[in-house]
Design a binder for this molecule. Sequence first.
Ligand SMILES: [Zn+2]
Length: 240
Amino acid sequence: MLDLAFLGVGSAFCPQLGNTAAVFQRAGTLYLLDCGSLVFASLLRHHLPEQADSIVVLLTHTHADHAGSLGTLISWCKHVRPLPIHVVHPEESPGELLRLSGITPEQYILHSGMTYADDHVRVQFFHVPHTQAINAYSMLISDGEESVYYSGDAGDIPETVWQGFLKGNVARVYQDVSLHGKKGGSHGEYAWFAEHCPRPFKSRFYPIHLDEACRARALADGFARPTVLDECDTQLSADG
Ligand SMILES: [Zn+2]
């Protein structure tokens, strides 16, 4: 089961909800979906890199709240606990970002192209509307048992993915939504998904990249609540 655990679900200007990013693990490999400015600290807080034999970073785009601590994570994998780290993105642009950050190509393995596969997962990227300045991509991740969709920042969801979700072929959708979003704009339009997502499917639709107002609205409307690791800690300390 591809059960994503989120390090944060916040939008760029809502750091109190963390940077939107998620992890899952397969046989010693830590898969990280996006690596924003706040993510490296969160990874260490949960001792995730320390437990990994290798790391695969699946990157949606290079905005700072999605790629801002990628260089630090790669440096950590060289200087603190040497382990291979793969960076997966349709374009080679992360290489340029890392070069300007002082990270040389031999410190990581870059995989470009619209698909990626290893022993555990297959990933299909989709070009999605977000900003004119850089390209942004979403991804469908499959482990042979099920497929889940992670949007990163996306003003819309690919029609094939949406139809796949409604037919039950896509187990869960994790989608960027905003109360101010417009379909086809920078971020997903909350009202569109609230109207078009049938009620039985709302329990498998996880709004992400949120501000506080949108999060409260989504929960009130019956959408699913992603597992967020820092909230688990807060709950544990509150219970303890
Ligand atoms: Zn962005």
